[in-house]
Design a protein around this ligand. Structure first.
Ligand code: AMP
Length: 113
C-alpha cells in the first residue's frame, strides 16, 4: 500500500533491523523498544489490523503464529514473553498495518493494560 510505513519497511524502502522473514511475514526490532526484546511481526499483505485479518489466507495466518514461536526461540525468550496487537484508536494503534508485538527479556507487569 502506497502510504504505509510497514509496507515501505517490508519493501526495503525504509531501513529496519530484521530478525525474521518468510513468504507471509516480516519481523524487525521496534524503533522505540518497551522491553529488552521488542519485535514487530508484520503480515506481508497489507490489512489494517486483527479485525481485517480474516482477509488473509489460512496459510498466512498460520505462518504469522508460527513465526512468533520461532522468533521467541531465536531470541532465547525461554522464560516467557508477551504478544500484543493493538486494534483501533481505543487500543492506541498507531500504524494501520497488522502487526504483533513480541515483548520479552524481563518480567512483564501483572496487569495487561
Ligand atoms: P502500534 O502502536 O501498536 O500501532 O505499534 C506501532 C509500533 O511501530 C510502535 O511500537 C513504534 O515504536 C513502531 N515503529 C514506528 N516506526 C517504526 C520504524 N521505522 N521501525 C521500527 N518500529 C517502528
Amino acid at each position: 500500500m502506497a502510504d504505509c510505513l510497514f509496507c515501505k519497511i517490508i519493501a526495503g524502502d525504509i531501513p529496519s533491523a530484521k530478525v525474521y522473514e518468510d513468504e507471509y511475514c516480516y519481523a524487525f526490532r521496534d524503533i522505540a523498544p518497551q522491553a529488552p526484546t521488542h519485535i514487530l511481526v508484520v503480515s506481508k499483505e497489507h490489512v489494517q489490523n486483527v479485525k481485517e485479518a480474516a482477509e488473509l489466507s489460512d496459510a498466512a495466518l498460520a505462518a504469522i503464529i508460527r513465526a512468533i514461536g520461532k522468533i521467541a526461540e531465536q531470541e532465547k525468550l525461554e522464560k516467557g514473553f508477551r504478544v500484543v496487537t493493538n486494534c483501533g484508536p481505543d487500543a492506541c494503534q498507531s500504524v494501520n498495518h497488522l502487526h504483533f508485538h513480541i515483548l520479552g527479556g524481563r518480567q512483564m507487569a501483572d496487569q495487561m493494560a
